[in-house]
Write a protein that binds this ligand. Structure first.
Ligand SMILES: Cc1cc2nc3c(=O)[nH]c(=O)nc-3n(C[C@H](O)[C@H](O)[C@H](O)COP(=O)(O)OP(=O)(O)OC[C@H]3O[C@@H](n4cnc5c(N)ncnc54)[C@H](O)[C@@H]3O)c2cc1C
Length: 462
């Protein structure tokens, strides 16, 4: 069987790329190793409850009737021909960054954060305003430029290390694959996505986004095969000549677009049998815990949609020595978004950095025991930023780096992939390109933008 484009992975980037290509009449096949689509932002049912794997916040809120300069969510709607109503996005009410010594609230209006900087760090506000202006004016870039240290650039604007850490914390948690620092271009993208445009949430959760993408894709004639891993990419004379699927079938394609990740995709190549890409694998992994409650979290003291917190001195953005780093994290309360109708259940979610090695080393019994223990410790940590939830929990679930790898095949369970991003999407193989996580655009919106951009640049040319 021959296709114009084979896409590896039915996550947000693969699906968006598929819709874009199918719009232009390309013969497209998406192959997904898992039984479900959505990748890192998929969905599942457990204990009779439906869950999203990962949805805390969709970034890059677009208000209805927005008439300003072009922003990412508009580009997604326009390029994928999706109406604003189809995504059903509803804005956040407020979120906050909460360190021991300060708490700053932010909303989808940057002026609120500016006022908070003024309130908590009065001598820093001029620098913050200059920094936000630089982010607003920053040229759009989508090519391989050498990384620039954000921490170094921020010294030109801010002298208070607490403010620097507080501003970085949400950006690190929502999209940084690198330990300690981040590329300034990535900082700008995330600053604008989180602080300038802000958070929203589809009323029906991630299914709402995924249903729109999969419906469009199949209506346009795109083919999606689930439970179909790509096992091997046969490379001859610098081109992929065959895509070997897990069911023993081979397909051919003019272009192969992979959302599986840089190291993961290189490991599929028949012409590479060394480990040279392995050191590029990501190390930043997370645990995610979910609690269903018999009480509205707001009534228990949780006012924010998302709370980014840090306890103790300094903010460490690195793979921890301990299995889970409970000194920082993200708490999400989906019901606190400005949903037109209240959600039909009460939920709190919490994310923490996790050690990418230990969760893979334990045997099954130890793994389960540690997972249960860390979920309890996480609950106690969450209580410090709101109130005690323990008497109200009706159902608990959680996942670890091991779960992420099991369901998506990402090395080390590294949600944001390799710190080495390939912004052009090009690989050494002429017709093999990356999209999504390791092309450098992460998160739901970033992944969709990446799929669109890589489809335009590499799938629609010629
Ligand atoms: C717990 C959690 C919470 C999150 N919360 C948010 C949030 O609130 N907001 C936000 O914007 N982002 C969030 N994210 C991040 C976001 O989900 C991802 O950045 C984004 O979905 C990545 O999409 P992708 O298409 O690049 O990659 P992926 O989703 O990883 O898609 C790649 C796909 O390729 C498939 N695949 C891999 N190898 C093969 C193979 N050999 N053959 C066939 N298929 C293969 C995988 O199964 C997967 O489906 C969260 C992620 C997690 C894990």
């Amino acid at each position: 069987m021959r296709y114009d484009v084979v896409i590896i992975g039915a996550g947000m980037s693969g699906l968006a790329a598929g819709v874009r290509l199918a719009h232009f009449g390309k013969r497209v096949l998406i192959v997904e190793q898992h039984a479900l689509w959505g990748g890192l932002n998929s969905f599942y049912k457990k204990g009779g409850h439906h869950f999203d794997v990962g949805l805390h916040a969709v970034t890059n809120w677009l208000a209805p009737g927005y008439r300003g300069s072009r922003i990412p969510m508009q580009r997604i709607l326009r390029q994928l021909r999706i109406s604003w109503e189809e995504l059903g996005l509803e804005p956040q009410t407020r979120s906050s960054v909460w360190f021991d010594d300060a708490r700053m609230v932010f909303t989808n209006d940057l002026a609120v954060l500016t006022q908070e900087v003024q309130r908590c760090f009065p001598d820093q506000v001029d620098g913050f305003v200059r920094l936000s202006e630089r982010c607003a004016e920053y040229p759009e870039a989508n090519h391989d430029t050498p990384p620039v240290s954000t921490r170094r650039v921020l010294t030109e604007y801010l002298s208070d290390s607490l403010l620097v850490d507080m501003l970085l914390c949400p950006l690190m948690f929502y999209g940084n694959a690198e330990e300690e620092d981040m590329d300034f271009e990535q900082f700008v993208i995330l600053f604008n996505s989180i602080y300038r445009e802000g958070f929203c949430r589809p009323r029906r959760g991630v299914r709402q986004v995924l249903d729109v993408l999969t419906d469009k894709y199949t209506e346009l004639g795109g083919e999606l095969r689930r439970r179909t891993p790509v096992e091997r990419l046969v490379v001859k004379d610098g081109r992929v000549t065959e895509v070997v699927l897990g069911r023993g079938e081979n397909v051919e394609a003019d272009v192969v677009l992979s959302s599986a990740g840089l190291v993961e995709t290189m490991a599929m190549r028949s012409d590479v049998d060394d480990d040279r890409f392995e050191p590029l694998a990501g190390k930043l992994a997370f645990t995610e815990n979910i609690w269903l409650l018999d009480e509205d979290p707001k009534a228990l003291g949780f006012e924010d949609c998302v709370t980014f917190f840090n306890r103790g001195p300094g903010f460490a953005w690195r793979s921890p020595e301990a299995p889970v780093d409970l000194s920082s994290g993200v708490i999400c309360v989906p019901g606190n978004y400005a949903h037109a109708e209240p959600l039909d259940r009460h939920m709190v979610r919490a994310t923490h950095l996790a050690n990418h090695r230990v969760w893979f080393e334990w045997d099954e019994a130890r793994y389960r025991e540690e997972k249960g223990a860390y979920i309890q410790r996480s609950l106690a940590t969450v209580a410090e930023r709101g109130g005690d939830l323990s008497g109200h929990v009706t159902y608990t679930d959680g996942f670890t780096p091991r779960t992420v790898t099991q369901f998506t095949r990402h090395r080390n369970g590294a949600v944001y992939g390799s710190p080495h991003k390939v912004k052009s999407g090009c690989t050494e193989v002429e017709n093999l390109y990356l999209c999504g996580t390791d092309q450098g655009f992460v998160g739901i919106v970033g992944a969709m933008l990446s799929g669109i951009a890589m489809a335009n640049q590499h799938g629609l040319r010629g």
